[in-house]
Design a binder for this molecule. Structure first.
Ligand SMILES: [Zn+2]
Length: 300
């Protein structure tokens, strides 16, 4: 039997699990600083609760703000019989991006081992939709017995032509795999690209595209866009400011990115630094989307 699963966060007051039905929940943070817990009604700080989930590195929750969904199913592994796992049979769309699969044996003496090529990739970005699982005993020499395996799959629906979002997914993947340096570039690129798009469309109302591009590339580079132009833009459009806390973590992320680009890498960043930066990039992505939606609504 298959069961759909949503990402969740836990209330900091009553510890109840609160499902995240829509990744755009992050936008609420910019409309109101606190939302009530649906169970105990006490106020929750979305930044605090979502950062906590990212720090604890549960796959579905790390990927919550890029729209992850989960499916849980059970399979029966028989001794010496490969099992063909088809994700399409679990109602996961063929073009979905598979982010993580966990196999946990519930009983018996076997574990599920994914079939690999003769040169397996250790840092896998594309998990297949058709997987052959080999039953392998926990301990060689002991009797092989039929085993129930709980399979948890984390995936995101396909989204066309959204490079910023793709970069965010790659940043989450790298973080989840504890490849912390590898999370820095895509997390920074995601915000930088989305912010440049927003400012370009705004400035183009007043000056030509070529001049705008040169201005943003040569004069008002990302740091000025984030720390000067965006606050001015928000004030002019009468929209909520990006909180200083998030801007601060984005500036730390930019420094890490510059350390890679200009100096090479020396010391790996700690998990907590990357969790803060990644969470800030995710919130900023939704903030910039919110602003774009508000502008489109105003124009429409
Ligand atoms: Zn509560």
């Amino acid at each position: 039997m298959n069961r759909q699963q949503l990402p969740y966060f836990r209330c900091t007051h009553c510890d109840e699990f609160i499902p995240i039905k829509d990744a755009r929940i992050a936008q609420l943070y910019f409309a109101t600083s606190e939302i009530p817990c649906p169970f105990c009604k006490r106020p929750l700080d979305l930044w605090d609760v979502l950062l906590k989930e990212i720090r604890e590195v549960w796959p579905l929750n790390v990927f919550a703000l890029v729209g992850a969904q989960g499916v849980i199913t059970t399979i029966r592994l028989l001794p010496d019989e490969p099992f063909k796992l088809s994700l399409t049979d679990l109602a996961i769309p063929r073009d979905a991006k598979i982010l993580d699969i966990n196999y946990t044996s519930q009983d018996g003496s076997l574990i599920a081992l994914e079939s690999q090529t003769n040169n397996p990739h250790r840092f896998i970005h594309d998990i297949r939709h058709e997987i052959v699982l080999h039953p392998v005993p926990f301990r060689y020499g002991e009797p092989k017995t039929e085993t129930t395996v709980l399979v948890s799959i984390t995936w995101v629906p396909h989204t066309a032509n959204d490079e910023a979002w793709e970069n965010l997914i790659n940043a989450c993947r790298a973080y989840y795999s504890h490849q912390f340096w590898s999370a820095v570039m895509p997390a920074n690129v995601a915000v930088e690209a989305r912010l440049a798009r927003l400012l370009t469309s705004f400035l183009e109302q007043f000056v030509g595209r070529e001049r705008v591009n040169r201005f943003l590339e040569d004069a008002a580079t990302y740091s000025y866009q984030l720390n000067v132009l965006l606050p001015v833009f928000a004030e002019l459009r009468r929209i909520p400011q990006l909180p200083d806390k998030i801007r601060g973590h984005l500036n730390s992320l930019r420094s890490l990115r510059n350390a890679i680009a200009h100096k090479g890498t020396i010391q790996p960043p700690c998990q907590e630094d990357i969790a803060n930066s990644l969470c800030a990039a995710l919130f900023a992505f939704h903030y910039l989307n919110l602003i774009e939606e508000q502008i489109l609504t105003a124009l429409g």
